[in-house]
Design a protein around this ligand. Structure first.
Ligand SMILES: [Zn+2]
Length: 140
């Protein structure tokens, strides 16, 4: 077992109810070898330590709004869709290319992307690691 011994004054990641996010905290109090109270480095609030190792799947529920997504989430989505080892199978992008939903394309400026939607007559939505772009194409 290699559990790092923590003590008051150490930094730890915890869920902050005020920030409604996982933020950096400083340990305020320990009970035995367990972290009891922490101070949020963002809002300064002191609260009981909440482990972040329960489930991290709660973060993706806000993605439906149209405002620009955070880079990390975009990149995560892109990594789910695009396997960089598949780049050999990607089709180089040009505006006359014939595309099917799910195709992998290689764009000269945006890089590797996965077609997630086709819009007739000549548009497609492609997820790149910088975000989703609407590109010209021709649709089968
Ligand atoms: Zn906070």
């Amino acid at each position: 077992m290699t559990i790092k011994q923590l003590s008051a004054g150490d930094h730890i990641t915890s869920k902050c109810t005020k920030c409604k996010d996982i933020t950096n905290h400083t340990i305020v109090a320990m009970v035995g070898d367990k972290v009891a109270r922490v101070e949020c480095n963002i809002c300064g609030g002191i609260h009981n330590y909440r482990s972040v190792f329960t489930k991290t799947t709660t973060i993706k529920s806000r993605a439906s709004s149209s405002k620009p997504a955070k880079t990390s989430r975009v990149e995560k989505e892109w990594r789910n869709l695009v396997n960089e080892t598949d780049s050999a199978d990607a089709t180089p992008y040009n505006i006359q290319m014939t595309i099917t939903n799910g195709d992998l394309i290689q764009h000269p400026s945006f890089g590797l992307g996965r077609v997630i939607n086709t819009i007739k007559p000549n548009k497609m939505e492609v997820v790149f690691n910088t975000g989703t772009k609407l590109l010209r194409c021709s649709i089968k």
